[in-house]
Design a binder for this molecule. Structure first.
Ligand SMILES: *Cc1c(COP(=O)(O)O)cnc(C)c1O
Length: 378
C-alpha cells in the first residue's frame, strides 16, 4: 500500500535513541537544549522551546502572549482541530474564517477583516499543506488592526522565513510531519522574555529544572506561575537532532515529487475539467501534503475506494472545524462557502520522501483512469 505519509527513519535515529538510553539521563536535559538551539538556528532565530506536541506549543504561545478569556482569535476552519482547541484551552474564543479560494486554500485576509470585532486580539495563521501564508499582507493586516500574529507552522518546518514573521509560532514533530520525533513540538517567539515564560510554563512553572538544580548544587526552586507538564524528553530530542540534519534533503525530495505531480497532472487536468492542484500566493512551501481538488461532479468516495483497490491510500484534509459536532454545537450558524466547497472536493494524494517518481506516475495514472470511468458512468 502506498501511504499518504510515512516517516524516513534509519540507523542514525536508532543509534541516537540508544545512546540516550545508555546515558542514564532520559528526561529533559542537554540534548533537548541542543535540539532547541539547532532548530532555532535552522530557522534563523535566536532560541526555541521544545515541548511534547504542537498542540502544547500553540497553547503555551497563546498563554505567553497573554491571550485569554474575553479575547477573540481569528483562525481558519480548514485546519486540524488542534489549532482551534489551543485557543479554547487558553480560554479565548476562536472566530473561524473562510479560505481565499479553491486554488489557494489558506485563510482569506478579506474574510478575516470582516470578522474583526473590538474583542479581536490575534490572528492564527495555518500554512496549509506547507504553503506559507504570505508574510507581507498578514503583517500589514496585524499591524493595521493592532493584532498579535501567530503561526501554526505544523505543516511548514524549514520554509524560509517561517516562524519568524509573527509574534509566535508552533511546529509539530508528529509521526506524519516533515520531520518527526514520534510526538513533539517547538515554539519560536519574537520576544525573548515571552519565550522564557513559555519555557518555564512547560515545566510546571518551576523556576529551575532538575538539571539546573543539579548543576547549581542546590535543591531549591520556586513556582511563580501556573505551569503545565509539556516537557520534551532526551530520546525525542536525540531523534529530532538527526531528523533536523536530514530536513533539507527530505523537503527537497518532497518539492521534487510535487513538481512531478504538477507536470504529470497537467494533461489529466485538461481531460477532467475542474481538477486542480492548489498552491498559495507566497510561492514558498514545505510540501507537507499533496491535496488536489476533484472535478465538481466527481464522486470522491468512489475515487477513494478505487484508488484503495489499486493499493493507493488517499485521505481528506480537513473536515472543516465548524462542521464537526463539538464546534457546530458552540456556533451552529457559521457558513464558510469556499471552505465547504474545498472540503467537498478535496482529495489528498500520497507525498513523502520515501516515494519514487514511478510512484507519482502510478498515482496520476490511476487517478486519471478512475475519473474517466466515473465520467463514463455519469
Ligand atoms: C499536526 C497538527 C497539529 C498538532 O500537532 P501535534 O504535534 O499532534 O499536537 C496542529 N496543527 C496542525 C495544522 C497540524 O497539522
Amino acid at each position: 500500500m502506498l501511504l499518504v505519509a510515512e516517516p524516513l527513519l534509519g540507523a542514525e535515529e536508532r543509534a541516537a535513541a540508544v545512546a540516550v538510553l545508555e546515558s542514564g539521563w532520559i528526561t529533559l536535559g542537554a540534548r533537548v537544549r541542543e535540539f532547541e538551539r539547532a532548530f532555532a538556528n535552522r530557522h534563523g532565530v535566536e532560541d526555541a522551546v521544545a515541548v511534547d506536541s504542537c498542540t502544547a506549543a500553540l497553547h503555551l504561545t497563546l498563554k505567553a502572549l497573554g491571550i485569554g478569556a474575553g479575547d477573540e482569535v481569528l483562525a481558519p476552519s480548514l485546519t486540524f482541530v488542534a489549532t482551534i482547541n489551543a485557543i479554547l484551552y487558553a480560554g479565548a474564543d476562536p472566530v473561524l474564517v473562510d479560505i481565499e479560494g479553491l486554488d489557494s486554500p489558506l485563510m482569506s485576509i478579506e474574510d478575516a477583516a470582516h470578522k474583526i470585532t473590538p474583542r479581536t486580539r490575534a490572528v492564527m495563521l495555518m500554512h496549509f499543506a506547507g504553503h506559507m501564508a504570505d508574510p507581507g499582507p498578514w503583517r500589514a493586516f496585524a499591524e493595521h488592526h493592532g493584532l498579535l500574529l501567530i503561526e501554526d507552522a505544523a505543516h511548514a518546518i524549514g520554509v524560509p522565513g517561517v516562524g519568524s514573521y509573527g509574534d509566535g509560532a508552533a511546529f509539530s514533530f508528529y509521526g506524519n510531519k516533515n520531520m518527526t520525533t514520534a510526538e513533539g513540538g517547538m515554539i519560536l517567539m519574537r520576544d525573548p522574555e515571552l519565550l522564557e515564560q513559555a519555557r518555564q510554563m512547560r515545566g510546571h512553572g518551576m523556576t529551575r529544572t532538575v538539571l539546573q538544580r543539579l548543576v547549581a548544587r542546590s535543591p531549591h526552586y520556586d513556582v511563580d506561575m501556573l505551569g503545565f507538564n509539556y516537557r520534551m524528553d532526551e530520546i525525542r530530542a536525540a531523534i529530532g537532532l538527526v531528523q533536523l540534519s536530514k530536513l533539507d534533503d527530505m523537503n527537497a525530495r518532497r518539492a521534487a515529487l510535487f513538481a512531478r505531480y504538477q507536470e504529470w497532472l497537467g494533461p489529466v487536468m485538461r481531460r477532467h475539467k475542474g481538477l486542480q492542484v492548489p498552491t498559495s500566493r507566497s510561492g514558498l512551501s514545505a510540501h507537507h501534503i499533496m491535496p488536489v481538488v476533484l472535478p465538481e461532479t466527481a464522486d470522491r468516495d468512489a475515487v477513494t475506494a478505487t484508488m484503495h483497490d489499486a493499493g493507493i491510500q488517499t485521505t481528506i484534509h480537513y473536515p472543516p472545524v465548524h462542521t464537526l459536532s463539538y464546534y457546530r454545537a458552540r456556533a451552529p450558524l457559521i457558513r464558510l462557502p469556499l471552505t465547504e466547497e474545498f472540503h467537498r472536493r478535496e482529495l489528498t494524494l500520497p507525498l513523502h520522501p520515501k516515494m519514487e517518481d514511478a510512484d507519482v506516475r502510478r498515482v496520476v495514472s490511476v487517478l486519471d483512469k478512475t475519473l474517466t470511468r466515473a465520467e463514463e458512468t455519469v
